[in-house]
Design a protein around this ligand. Structure first.
Ligand code: PLP
Length: 286
């Protein structure tokens, strides 16, 4: 079956889907995106992802090119047309197409909207979670507005590629004070020797992950205590467990940081329990 993409009002074959060369997303990274998990053909946590999309757009003063209701239809259509049961749906909104000039274009310029969807074999994520993943640490060289989910991801791309070259799956950014901020495409967590969950406050240096937010509810249900505070690489190396969260990783155990084993070097019970209970508490609109 051939894939279909939604591009500015039309559903087109994915192989030939494209935007104009002067799209500001292409020229300047002047746009935002969201990734929602698709499970059993339905979007997971659509409401929260749409709320964050509106926030990102607002911070950059980009308009949503259609109503949220219409966008919901496009997302569902794209999922259905690609027959995705388990996978993800990706959406990107940019400031639109205009002659290349750093200043914002005429306010009447329509923003661009692209939506794609693809299947992911759930067995692959499960296998990664069973084994646990390795992360490397890298200096956080990103701009301060990482709370906005922009398509400008070059530092994340370079960090994740460096992780891959080192035989790891994810890179954890570390701020000037030696504290972990977050992963290249995930939020970072540890479990202290006393069994407390620690993750950085969302107010500075990280994207407020939707999965992170839901995990607060999962942790409360499991009667696990969360300390929202920065943690250092040294504290992570001495942690009982570490893990990452994101829409496509749920909670995935981290078993090595910079080549050093965390805990006994195997996925721990806390990360496993959070992963096992996540979809019960996530919102899945059927
Ligand atoms: N942090 C960064 C930098 C990300 O790119 C992502 C997801 O793409 C996350 C955190 C996790 O966010 P979410 O749980 O909403 O997928």
């Amino acid at each position: 079956m051939s894939r279909i993409a939604y591009v500015n009002g039309a559903y087109v074959p994915h192989a030939v889907a494209g935007v104009h060369v002067e799209d500001r997303g292409y020229q300047f990274g002047d746009g935002v995106y969201e990734v929602c998990e698709v499970r059993g053909g339905h979007m997971v946590d659509e409401r929260r992802h749409m709320e964050r999309l509106l926030r990102s757009l607002g911070e950059l003063r980009i308009r949503l090119p259609m109503s949220l209701a219409a966008l919901g239809v496009v997302l569902r259509q794209t999922i259905a047309r690609n027959r995705v049961r388990d996978g993800l749906v990706y959406l990107q909104v940019t400031r639109g197409v205009a002659r290349r000039d750093h200043y914002f274009p005429d306010p009447a310029t329509p923003p661009s909207l692209v939506v794609t969807a693809r299947a992911i074999d759930p067995a692959k994520g499960e296998a990664a979670a069973e084994q646990g993943i390795g992360v490397i640490t890298v200096p956080d060289n990103r701009w301060e507005r990482v709370d906005i989910k922009t398509v400008g991801l070059l530092p994340n791309v370079l960090a994740k590629e460096a992780a891959k070259q080192a035989g790891a799956r994810e890179a954890w950014f570390v701020d000037a004070g030696g504290h972990v901020t977050e992963g290249g495409s995930t939020n970072a967590w540890i479990v202290t020797p006393e069994g407390r969950l620690v993750t950085r406050p969302a107010e500075s240096g990280i994207l407020r992950g939707i999965t992170r937010t839901v995990m607060f509810e999962v942790a409360a249900e499991l009667q696990l205590r969360i300390e929202e505070r920065p943690f250092t690489v040294a504290e992570a190396l001495g942690a009982r467990e570490a893990f990452v969260t994101s829409a496509t990783n749920f909670a995935t155990p981290v078993v090595r940081i910079d080549g050093q084993a965390i805990g006994d070097g195997r996925p721990g019970p806390v990360a496993r329990a959070l992963r096992a209970n996540y979809h019960r508490l996530a919102e899945i609109a059927r």
